[in-house]
Design a protein around this ligand. Structure first.
Ligand code: BV8
Length: 259
């Protein structure tokens, strides 16, 4: 895919870039997206049916086991070229924010150092009743395991549907979306709110919206640049083109401390 010259120019002049990623960025690592049909044991459930407090209260074992299955899959997954390109992109701009809806931690494993996890992280566990993080517990054979402090159920440290968003992360994400020159929406169907409102925030503040997704989304028509391709293909090409531009124009690494 050829990266539009105008996009390269915008990026070469950009002082602040914000990226929002969704499950599509991890698709090439073998982590199923939410749009992918669930398979095997989980074929008859939709993620929206399982990722809620109600589902957990109704059948804690089922929900816990779904997350155990996903945790094992994520632990065996490796960051793909999309994650690696975004880790490189972080160093390219004076101000760069990476906001992710993903809970797999693959951005961090690819080397991204500052990641705003809007929906938590599947590799962390917390007490369902107290909300406190729990890093180890006795294997009593209970499924879900019990909180060592209060005896309540343990659960994954992710934001379920109809649960409130983490305030600090949401505030950081909203500010990063409202103060950037270029906003990338990558690998997300942009249907889950309030994350899906961030591209609108960026557009309202005058940022150029770049979408990278093989499929159209509700934002494709509003995007200044809609790159219809896989993130693992488009992002490495984008970084190669940006580096070539920098070499050709001897655009030095942006001076000034990264905030
Ligand atoms: C909230 C963590 C308010 C868990 C997730 C009633 C009450 C309260 C709220 C609501 C309500 N009714 C509706 C809502 C709002 C609700 C919502 O938006 N629902 C949707 C279904 C309409 N939102 C919430 O509930 C949020 N909380 O509003 O709180 C509140 C306030 C006070 C008190 C109480 C409540 C919380 C939402 C967070 C849910 N948690 N994940 C877990 O992972 O198990 S959401 C989860 O689904 C993801 O994190 C992500 O956000 C979303 C899936 O979206 P995507 O990441 O985009 O993935 P998807 O599969 O959809 O798309 C993949 C895309 O990639 C596709 O476009 C595909 O084309 C593309 N692709 C594929 N391959 C590639 C690719 N792209 C590039 N390269 C490739 N190779």
């Amino acid at each position: 895919m050829t990266i539009p010259a105008e996009l390269l120019q915008r990026l070469a002049a950009a002082k602040s870039v914000t990226v929002l990623t969704g499950a599509g960025v991890s698709a090439e690592s073998g982590v199923p997206t939410f749009r992918d049909a669930q398979t095997g044991l989980w074929a008859k459930f939709s993620p929206e049916e399982l990722a809620t407090p109600r589902a957990f209260r109704r059948n804690p074992r089922l929900v816990w086991e779904w997350y155990e299955w996903r945790r094992k899959l994520v632990a065996e997954a490796r960051p793909n070229p999309a994650h690696l390109a975004l880790a490189e992109m972080e160093k390219f701009f004076p101000r760069f924010h990476l906001i992710t809806q993903n809970v797999d931690g693959l951005h961090q494993r690819a080397g991204s150092r500052r990641v705003i996890e809007l929906h938590g992280n599947i590799m962390r566990t917390k007490c369902f009743d107290e909300g406190t993080l729990v890093s180890s517990w006795e294997d009593t054979g209970d499924v879900p395991p019990k909180c060592p402090a209060c005896g309540g159920w343990l659960r994954p440290d992710v934001v379920w549907f109809e649960e409130p968003m983490p305030e600090a992360e949401m505030e950081q994400a909203a500010t990063a979306s409202a103060t950037c020159d270029v906003f990338f929406s990558i690998g997300t169907s942009t249907v889950v709110y309030p994350a899906a409102a961030l591209p609108s925030e960026a557009l309202r503040s005058g940022a150029a919206l770049v979408e990278i997704n093989p499929q159209p989304t509700p934002f494709t028509a509003q995007a200044h640049f809609a790159l219809a391709g896989a993130a693992g293909v488009v992002l490495p090409e984008l970084m190669m083109a940006l580096n070539a531009l920098r070499r050709s124009r001897r655009v030095t690494t942006f001076d000034g401390p990264r905030p």
